[in-house]
Design a protein around this ligand. Structure first.
Ligand code: ADP
Ligand code: MG
Length: 318
């Protein structure tokens, strides 16, 4: 059986590219670029709550970092450093090897250094802290939405939550549709490049982790505004399109989390700039509604009638 220190050395101590002092001392040392702010976020993943026990370790390594990268994407920041606090029931080398493979493949894609962490025995629990940089005062925040802004969403939403509904037995998906939805759940692609492009273009942004309506609601709450969005124009994948009217799929599109797309607002004068960014990012960007006065997110359905969204989004304590 590996010791704690052998485990860290074998699976997590990798060369860094832009770090003064990484793994091996009591703390890491980072040099922040002058004129920039340090941006930091952390996310915990608990077996049973955030992932099913059978998930491939490679996917878990990918996802643990991806959901943190997504938070920095939503700020418009450039990710640079990550820390990993891990509790695992035993030093299972096949699991560690897969987990590290998924984690470091995505870290390399985004030029992120793993600079430290902590390792202990316990129920499987993965906590990543991400740090990055943004020029002073330029971050995309939740509190910048203005009445009259367009509301935009990147990519498409609902696939990941449809996969969760399938795994829970609430929805039956098959064949290539199931494979597509599971891939979106297990290996989300954080929209880091898009977030950076939106700096100076968007007024506010958030990443969709709890559900579109809930997360747009967070923008509204922080900005002191409301929003009106139209169900018919919310983009869902071609794969999911035939099931769009199914109650579980409608729910996945409006309230399902785990998509890690960006929802952002921008003045109408930015429409052509944003359409150009869509080409640059190779990612659909869709206008789904407007920011309005008030404090609610209203979803407009068939014949202009408001739809009731019973569960705004995922909440661990409700
Ligand atoms: P300390 O006792 O000071 O907390 P540790 O013995 O826990 O230090 O860790 C030794 C070194 O290994 C530290 O640099 C720490 O940041 C790093 N480390 C521990 N666990 C991990 C991990 N899972 N991933 C990356 N680095 C880790
Ligand atoms: Mg420690």
């Amino acid at each position: 059986m590996l010791s704690e220190f052998e485990l860290i050395a074998r699976y997590f101590d990798r060369p860094t590219r832009h770090t003064v002092l990484g793994i091996g001392d009591d703390a890491a040392l980072l040099a922040v670029t002058p004129g920039y702010e340090l941006v930091s976020s952390t996310d915990v993943m608990v077996e049973g709550a955030h992932f099913f026990p059978a998930v491939e370790p490679d996917s878990l390594g990918h996802k643990a970092l991806a959901i943190n990268l997504s938070d920095l994407a939503a700020m418009g920041a450039t990710p640079k450093w990550a820390m990993l606090a891990l509790t695992i029931p035993k030093a299972d080398e096949a699991w560690l090897e897969g987990f590290a493979r998924g984690f470091f493949a995505l870290a390399a894609e985004h030029d992120v250094d793993l600079i430290g962490g902590d390792t202990a025995r316990g129920p499987r629990n993965i906590c990543v802290q991400i740090m990055g940089e943004i020029p002073q005062g330029r971050a995309l925040r939740r509190d910048g939405a203005k009445v009259g802004d367009d509301v935009w969403v990147s990519g498409h939403v609902g696939d990941a939550a449809a996969a969760v509904a399938h795994l829970k037995g609430d929805l039956r998906l098959r064949g290539s549709l199931l494979a597509h939805c599971l891939a979106r759940l297990d290996r989300p692609a954080p929209r880091v490049a898009l977030g950076r492009m939106l700096v100076g273009v968007a007024n506010s942004a958030i990443d969709i982790s709890d559900g579109l309506v809930a997360d747009l609601g967070h923008i509204c709450e922080r900005s002191g505004v409301g929003a009106a969005i139209e169900f018919a124009v919310i983009p869902c994948s071609a794969e999911l399109m035939p099931l769009r009217g199914h109650a579980q799929v409608t729910r996945a599109i409006l309230s399902g989390g785990d998509d890690y797309e960006l929802c952002f607002t921008a003045v109408a004068g930015r429409r052509s700039a944003i359409e150009a960014l869509s080409g640059q990012a190779g990612l659909a960007l869709t206008r789904i509604g407007r920011i309005v006065a008030g404090n609610e997110v209203v979803v407009v359905g068939q014949a202009g009638k408001p739809m009731s969204v019973k569960d705004g989004g995922f909440d661990h304590f409700r």
